[in-house]
Design a protein around this ligand. Sequence first.
Ligand SMILES: [Mg+2]
Ligand SMILES: [Zn+2]
Length: 187
Amino acid sequence: MATRKALFLDRDGIINVNHGYVGDYENFDYIDGIFALIDTFVKAGYQVVIVTNQSGIARGYYTQENFHALMERVQRDFSAAGLPTIPVYYCPHHPQGKLVEYKKACRCRKPQPGMLLRAQHELGIDLSRSVLVGDSWSDIEAALAAELAHSFYVCEKYMPENAPEGKVTRVNHVADVCAQAQQLGLI
Ligand SMILES: [Mg+2]
Ligand SMILES: [Zn+2]
């Protein structure tokens, strides 16, 4: 019986500044408020999970080994800040990838909900009580496809007109998510 609720976090643009295909720690700049956001949701009983498209692997910009090494380094920063180990789901594919082994239209690349569904099965997550934070509309589409309780769209512009009412909240910055989540009674 799935009873754990999750906070799904996109990586680039939510945890770190999206400089474009970030493959090493030197270019990994944390976004203001991300540690506090994780800490707040952990204390509210959420299992935090990273779900990230990494087509830089399919494009040959960096390898899966580079990616794992980077995320291990990031986990050390989380641990040093007193945060728990955070599982990472990533999609290395892209339909126009350069490397044949990753060149495909997969079910894990957001907006597909594949990574969320995998976390549901492997970690025993109750998707209907879970939340996502992303800065691309494709993140939100994955959340909607997986029928999460709510998602936060970090974007300084506007919501697409087809956004379903009451399921998505737009915020300007990652640091604004907690206040909105509190208002919604999610934390
Ligand atoms: Mg992003
Ligand atoms: Zn994939």
